[in-house]
Ligand binder design. Sequence first.
Ligand code: CDP
Ligand code: MG
Length: 377
Amino acid sequence: MEREGEERFCFIAEWYDPHAAFIRRYQFMYYVKDGTVEMFDIKNHRMFLKKTRIETIRPEDLYIGNTVNILSRQMNFVDYGDDFTRARLSHKKERTLGMIKPDAMSKMGQIIDLICQKGFLITKLKMCQLNRNEAFQFYQEHQGKPFLDTLLNFVTSGPVIAFELMGENCVSQWREALGPTDSAIARSEAPQSIRARFGKNKTENACHGSDSSSSAARELEFFFPSNGPSRQNTAKFTDCTCCVVKPHAVKSGLAGKIISSILEAGFEISMLEMFNMEKANAEEFYEVYKGVVQEYGSMVAELTSGPCLAMEIRAQNAPQAFREMVGPSDPEIARHLRPRTLRALFGVDKVRNAVHCTDLPEDGLLEVEYFFKILGR
Ligand code: CDP
Ligand code: MG
């Protein structure tokens, strides 16, 4: 149901009570405005939890199959509690872990574009470099297999991009999009699949996908740990400038196309990560524009309106060279004067101008550090 300013999601949650040895069912309510949770015990018709803020529960945790911890009980969402919730959330039922492997990193733009076109939602994304121990941990199920050593050499041979996908039957849908493990077999049996199109052989097969929802949970935790330090990023902090694909462009599914354009122009993308910017961080990041650019407030609002993709871009004279490619800040002007620039091609208006890039050469490194040393810690 939706009262004004009181958007509320409702689920049926189950908890296995070990003392009574049976499953208790609850009506679970989440109030979006203040992030509070309220629960009723269905069988006993009584309040189980009064409206309370539970820091660990976020809107993105609300999907069937997910388990959340409430009052030290592992509550499992088994169904929607009302039609409003079903209508609003049913498209994002499941999550999986995908990864672009080292052999396909030069195709990252095309692969990300394909992911968006196929209707998967990318909810997390990060470029990382795995060491051998980490790779072994990630592929632990293959311990003892004859190809393990080859596989570990391969996945540690360069950076990878790990991402969380969300969508209906996401685990199997993503496996389907990948095609068979062996790229050669993929080319004969599923010629449109990712491995057929971008893979080379049975080891270098472009992308990974979790094989079940339990693998997905483990692998997502590996790359995107819910607590503790995250994986080592690949930022180099030299000869660099910062690019941010703005939320409107990410939402419109343009990220892959923008990345492809950047790579085709000869720039190196040495780090890439998805962020959900807090208002305070966006204000800090845009500090230099405060009081100078009229759109400052709208720029902050845009940058916090959804996930953005931050990059470390490397080249000679990276800040100036990349600025040239991005074009004038107003896409209308860009379309007239510099029709091949990123903003001319992908921008909407002065605030939704597709990408941010570092303005002053001396700020290139600082902005890269802001994302990958301060926010990305
Ligand atoms: O990735 P997928 O789940 O399709 O296949 P897997 O059997 O779980 O194997 C994991 C990865 O090991 C594959 O994606 C290949 O990169 C590699 N592999 C290999 O190098 N040689 C094989 N005979 C099988 C797999
Ligand atoms: Mg597998």
